[in-house]
Ligand binder design. Structure first.
Ligand code: FAD
Length: 398
């Protein structure tokens, strides 16, 4: 006879395990199904193996969505402190690294073991590795056909994440189920991803690969404009580092990024004001402010002779140089794509979902949580906080 559950959660990642544990511990009969052979690979590789599991300052302002208010309810009901309290119960040590980002002292494996233990406390049934062929609504129930046979469930929770890093099991399952049930999607694209440039245009910057420096970067349109003060890294194919990963979520194809390579100096103002007293040449002055290779590279890429005496340069030229450094307009031709993206922007349109339960308003019992939904966090622990919060919201609602 086909087994029946209160809840079938598809996807045993961050959001899926959280949801299954919460629902199970509230007495619901839960089955958790995942096609991967290794549990929660994204948690394992996150934060360089130490998992940046939350951000103490996480709030709705750190998320992108077509419907920015949607995430407020879940985030306010399950806060970073709630997750910290869970970690404390399991005696998992953690530390703050940068701007409120919390990491495990030892390993991301501890988070996976903790979530697994929480599922065990809720008597969650595991079916893994096991692929799901189809989900069909039969009256009040959902029939889930899997490689290990069918199950019936009153509720289905789709927690299969986004498209980033297909080689560790990311699929478009959530989007396919959404289409099948006529649930609207917001167009998806890779985010928190390095940006690339046309090979010939990038040629002058190739020798700069490996250089990192603190910058200010801006991009996006009025409603969704990003501005970050973080480190930027030159690579062989373009730009990376936290500043670029952050701004990639706001950047639209064909748009220019505005990069301030020297946020602490107004180059034109300083050079013009002190022109008569600066004895050094351009190259020497710039090498005081920027890594030497970058200083020379920027001057050459903009047609300035590093040996030129500042005192001899017209103000117009110094202004042009100032713009090149303080307002470097640079237009990427694309990104490294889902292969390298940390997250997927877009997904299930939140206007279709209940803020309380993440259920599709028109289809009782069908829920979407985690990265599959059009709620995308900044870099810095926000995406896991959304996974915990949305998973808990659904777990409590069932
Ligand atoms: P996932 O964790 O991706 O889980 C989805 C699950 O569904 C997987 O187990 C997968 O096997 C399963 N699945 C997929 N398709 C199917 C299918 N067809 N059938 C059955 N099962 C399926 N965020 C942070 O906040 N902090 C970080 O430090 C951080 N570091 C990251 C580092 C990297 C390299 C990457 C790629 C991402 C990182 N993220 C980080 C983002 C974060 O990992 C995700 O936002 C988060 O894991 C999303 O949780 P989820 O449960 O929605 O999806």
């Amino acid at each position: 006879m086909t087994k029946q559950y209160d809840v079938a959660v598809i996807g045993a990642g961050a959001a899926g395990m959280m949801c299954a544990a919460v629902a199970g511990q509230r007495g619901k009969k839960v089955i958790l199904i995942d096609h991967a052979t290794k549990l929660a690979e994204k948690i394992r590789i996150s934060g360089g193996g130490r998992c940046n599991f939350t951000n103490i300052g996480a709030g709705p302002q750190h998320f992108l969505s077509q419907n920015p208010h949607f995430c407020k309810s879940a985030l306010s009901r399950y806060t970073p402190q709630d997750f910290i309290n869970l970690l404390k119960r399991y005696r998992i040590g953690y530390h703050e690294k940068h701007k409120g980002q919390l990491f495990c002292n030892d390993s991301a494996e501890q988070i996976i073991s903790m979530l697994k233990a929480e599922c065990d406390l809720g008597n969650v049934t595991w079916r893994m590795p096991c692929s799901v062929a189809s989900i069909v609504k039969e009256g009040e129930l959902f029939r889930i056909s899997t490689a290990a046979g069918d199950v019936l469930a009153n509720n289905v929770v789709i927690a299969t994440g986004g498209l980033s890093i297909p080689k560790i099991g990311a699929t478009d399952f959530a989007y396919r189920i959404a289409r099948q049930f006529d649930v609207k999607l917001v167009e998806s694209r890779p985010a928190l991803v390095p940006l690339t440039f046309e090979a010939s245009g990038w040629q002058p910057y190739l020798p700069l690969a490996g250089i990192a420096l603190p910058v200010e970067v801006e991009a996006g349109e009025k409603k969704m404009r990003g501005h970050f003060k973080e480190d930027l890294l030159f690579t062989h194919r373009g730009l990376s580092g936290p500043a670029i990963l952050q701004i990639s979520s706001f950047w639209q194809p064909q748009q220019a990024l505005n990069v301030n390579l020297l946020p602490e100096h107004d180059v034109a103002e300083t050079l013009i004001a002190e022109k008569s007293t600066i004895k050094k040449n351009l190259g020497n002055v710039f090498s005081q402010w920027l890594p030497n290779r970058l200083a020379l590279g920027i001057l050459e890429a903009n047609g300035f002779d590093p040996a030129a005496r500042i005192a001899d340069m017209p103000d117009k030229q110094l202004k042009k140089l100032g713009d090149a450094v303080n307002r470097w307009p640079i237009t990427p031709n694309g990104s490294e794509g889902y292969r390298k993206a940390e997250v997927t922007l877009g997904g299930i349109d939140t206007r279709e979902l209940s803020q309380q339960s993440m259920a599709v308003n028109r289809i009782p019992g069908l829920h979407f949580i985690g990265e599959a939904v059009d709620v995308t966090g900044w870099l810095g622990g926000y995406n896991f906080q959304w996974a915990w919060a949305s998973g808990t919201a659904t777990g409590l609602s069932l």
